[in-house]
Design a protein around this ligand. Sequence first.
Ligand code: BDP
Length: 332
Amino acid sequence: MTTRRTILAAGLAVAAAFAVAPAGALAQSKMVLKAADVHPLGYPTVEAVERMGKKLEKATNGRITIQMFPAMQLGGEKEMIEQAQVGALQIARVSVGPVGTVVDDLNVFNLPFVFRNTEHMRHVIDGPIGDELLKKISDNPKTGLVGLAWMDSGARNFYNKVRDVKSIEDLKGLKIRMMGNPMFVETMNALGGNGVPMQMDQVMNALQTGVVDGAENNPPSYDSFGHVPVAKHYSLTEHLIIPEILVFSRKSFDALSKEDQELVMKFGKETQLEQRVLWDERTKQAMDKIKAAGVNVIEIKDKKPFQDAVKPVWDKYGSKYTELVKRIQDTK
Ligand code: BDP
């Protein structure tokens, strides 16, 4: 079994390899940028980063390439962030969920129902707020990260193996896996269920053994993590609309030449709109697969009871972001 320690040790070996050449020499020599994602090859986020790698390779005549470690090969997102911070990994594609525990500014996107819908989220990440938050990551030396781009992750919906969740009452007592950030556990608890924080690498097992009754995710993830056959009640609550983020290791970034930094920033940013096209296709396909698998897909027409119930989460965390939330709400 891979432990966090072995993952980090492997990562540190990679860091050593990346750091061998001094900064000046790095500009000339071949460089392999390690990238990681919890999703498998072909998933929109993975594909977008691989395309970024092809562009880098072309622009540098093969000098810079990206080596992708998909499907949790380098551990969960917490480990990926840690590896990027120490320079063991150069590119991490992670959810804003776990990044919020490192960069508090980002937690504004982790507030339940902060976006009206996914279209609204897109307008926010594509506009000045998106740019400012990426800059906050890059400008704060404590993060150890450079923000490259946002990606789409649709809206998250509850699924479980016990019953149809049609109203908030139906969530009562259900143990639901949430991403590792206290805000999510509290969101679930405020909705009447029991939030269980857990990294994705443990969720399948937890579902099968009954440690949890369900989880929540967008259609592509629900499908691609293989949870559909195990938990066949899917309620379109859209309680969290959390973008993904592409970050680069600050330590590795500072070792690049200015020209290479510019290429990384440019091609990194281009992934934002490219991934979106792939995302829309994948969401359609996933929804078709979910329905064909006999899942009870439940539309939630009135989300108000859900929105009212998460007020304690807003009372506790929202006040820090009053101004930013207003700007988000004012974004058309
Ligand atoms: C998916 C995100 C991924 C998260 C995962 C999760 O793409 O980054 O790790 O959810 O729930 O939608 O852990």
